[in-house]
Design a protein around this ligand. Structure first.
Ligand code: G6P
Length: 466
């Protein structure tokens, strides 16, 4: 570097998400250890490096005392993370209640909770109040750390009320909001009692992003049909103010995976796994244990496949990593028992004294163990079986076998198709997806979003100054 050369400008970015990329575990009055959090949002955002980024979010733990809060704030600062402290009651109403029992199922087309209507309405109101309160608490922390010129990037369905809170503090703040789930058809969104407020608040952002073009289109339709606003090719217009709406398909940090494969401990692990499962084809599923991931459907399809294809019974094994999540929400507890029951039945039916068809793990694996597992299924150019309803189907569809997960017969057939696929076709499909994943990384996704946000703000300034 030339002497005196200016350091390249790095955009300061405040990433605001419900969950920080690290979750805290208390070890003593003032000591904490930090683990990487699970979930798609965190794995994508960990790949975002080109910014001077700070994270603002919840550390996943209740810290009622000041000593604990101070110590945790200090430990998190080393990771460039800033905590928002939420007490148990708020977490219960905002996170378990409004976010995970109402918005999450609704956005995945499971509808609103079906209990007694009156009870639902009452709890709905208090949960929505807690949601707004929690969003305001996030806004306070953002505002306290905001510096002029920062880009504030809000993430996900937990923080739909945040853009409005932030703009109330400072209309000049550059605010983007990105949704990591589907945005449903307006016919579904309009069943939500707080449908207006959430849309209005999101529209306070300068740029609103979705994973796919369809989700963006659904959002614009919801704004036109529910709020009566005008949808344009750029986004949504309200009395001359344009909120830009667009699709930004997310990616992963592919280099991190590729580099990990070169590590001796990963190579060693791959060798062990190959020996352990030699003579059998390995199928791998990695999902948070969530009802929208279709784990029971996958297991039922595998059962049907084994039923109909006795030849494969001792030649294939399914490794299902089911990362526990939202364990305080009753729906998730029910799902865990349901999955255990199905796995037990299938292993009872098709297992032998020496081998079982399914290895089901209720845990999250560390990154290197996960890489070794992927490598074992990929070594011979593994085939991806993907739900056509997953956002990724729009980017990886050409290389994958796309299925309707509700159609067990179709999924069972896809397992057969994958296992019997000629090497040449597997390689072709694999190559297609490998190319896509290494070209469209998390880093590229973030850079595109942030530069679009900067441009949007400049354009808006030009429009108003005319
Ligand atoms: C999904 C959501 C994320 C969330 C993750 C893990 O990917 O879009 O916002 O963080 O699931 O869920 P959790 O409730 O444990 O944060």
């Amino acid at each position: 570097e030339e002497a005196g050369a200016a350091r390249p400008f790095r955009q300061r970015l405040l990433v605001v998400a419900n969950r920080l990329p690290v979750s805290a575990v208390r070890r003593g009055e003032d000591s904490w250890s930090l683990d990487i959090s699970a979930g798609g949002l965190v794995s994508a955002l960990l790949g975002v490096k080109e910014f001077e980024a700070r994270w603002i979010g919840w550390a996943g733990v209740n810290v009622p005392d000041e000593i604990g809060q101070k110590a945790l704030t200090k430990a998190l600062a080393e990771k460039r993370c800033i905590p928002v402290f939420l007490d148990e009651e708020i977490v219960h109403q905002y996170y378990n209640g409004y976010c995970n029992n109402i918005l999450w199922p609704l956005f995945h087309y499971l509808g609103l909770p079906q209990e007694d209507r009156l009870a639902t309405t009452r709890s709905f109101q208090s949960q929505f109040a807690a949601y707004k309160k929690a969003n305001q608490m996030f806004a306070d922390v953002v505002n306290a750390h905001y510096e002029e010129g920062d880009v504030v990037w809000c993430h996900d369905y937990h923080l739909m009320y945040l853009p409005e809170c932030l703009k109330k503090y400072n209309t000049k703040m550059k605010v983007g909001w990105f949704l990591h789930t589907p945005f449903p058809s307006s016919e579904i969104h309009r069943t939500l009692p707080s449908r207006y407020e959430l849309l209005r608040s999101v529209l306070a952002a300068d740029l609103v992003g979705f994973h796919t073009y369809d989700y963006a289109r659904h959002f614009v339709s919801a704004c036109t049909r529910i709020l009566g606003l005008e949808g344009t090719p750029e986004g949504v217009e309200d009395q001359g103010k344009l909120t830009r709406v667009a699709a930004f398909p997310i990616g992963i940090d592919s280099d991190r995976f590729i580099r990990a494969l070169e590590l001796p401990q990963v190579q060693e692990h791959i060798k062990e796994l190959k020996e352990r499962f030699s003579g059998r084809k390995v199928m791998l599923g990695v999902d948070r244990l969530d009802m929208i991931k279709g784990i029971p459907q996958k297991l039922l399809a595998f059962e049907k496949f084994l039923e109909e294809n006795p030849y494969w019974r001792d030649k294939v094994v399914l490794l299902q990593i089911a990362v526990p999540t939202r364990t305080d929400v009753p729906e998730y507890q029910k799902l865990t028992s349901q999955v255990h029951e199905i796995v037990g039945r299938i292993n009872g039916r098709f297992g032998t004294l020496t081998a079982v068809p399914i290895h089901h793990l209720d845990c999250s694996l560390d990154f290197h163990a996960l890489c070794a597992l992927y490598a074992v299924t990929e070594a011979k150019k593994g085939v991806l079986i993907l739900s056509e309803f997953a956002g990724a189907a729009q980017s990886l569809g050409a290389g994958a076998i796309l299925v309707n997960p509700w159609n067990i017969t179709e999924v069972a057939a896809s397992i057969g198709q994958a296992l019997n696929m000629p090497a040449e076709e597997r390689e072709k499909r694999h190559c297609h997806n490998f190319h896509h994943v290494t070209e469209h990384t998390a880093q590229e996704w973030a850079e595109t979003f942030v530069s679009e946000l900067n441009d949007t703000v400049v354009e808006a300034q030009l429009r108003t100054s005319k």
